[in-house]
Design a protein around this ligand. Structure first.
Ligand SMILES: [Zn+2]
Ligand SMILES: [Zn+2]
Ligand SMILES: [Zn+2]
Length: 144
């Protein structure tokens, strides 16, 4: 997160609250975190906060475009503060480690669908599933 989080909230027309600030900071500190991780960090920072309040804050921040919500099939949603660049994700099927990967070469080619059917496209959600290097190494040694 670049700049003053309070200003970022105001710039997006959001009221600045301790909870929103803490949620924003938690997401920024831990890219691709789950809501439960965020709740844990927020509690450590500002004390008691309900799970619902954390979900609500994540929801409004995502809705206003301050954070991005990634919803991998069969996993909890992940949140990050790297927004607006249409980057994609690599997710390990074994340990769920998630890393950023830039859009395929060129200027966001995924946003140019072969046939957009008249839709105005602003985001392409691409998740590459596979096995991370650590898990590949662990697999290799387990087989021997
Ligand atoms: Zn892995
Ligand atoms: Zn990302
Ligand atoms: Zn792409």
């Amino acid at each position: 997160m670049h700049g003053d989080p309070g200003k970022i909230l105001r710039d997006h027309g959001l009221q600045v609250t301790a909870q929103r600030l803490a949620v924003l900071r938690a997401v920024s500190a831990r890219p691709h975190c789950m809501a439960d991780d965020v709740a844990e960090d927020v509690r450590a920072e500002i004390g008691a906060i309900s799970r619902q309040a954390v979900y609500d804050a994540l929801g409004i921040l995502a809705e206003k475009g301050l954070i991005r919500r990634i919803q991998p099939a069969g996993s909890p949603a992940l949140y990050e503060d790297r927004v607006g660049d249409n980057h994609h994700h690599l997710i390990c099927r074994i340990c769920s480690k998630t890393v950023d990967v830039d859009c395929a070469v060129g200027e966001t080619p995924c946003l140019r669908a072969a046939d957009a059917a008249g839709y105005q496209i602003d985001e392409a959600e691409v998740i590459y599933w596979g096995t991370c290097p650590e898990c590949q190494a662990a697999k290799g040694s387990a087989g021997k």
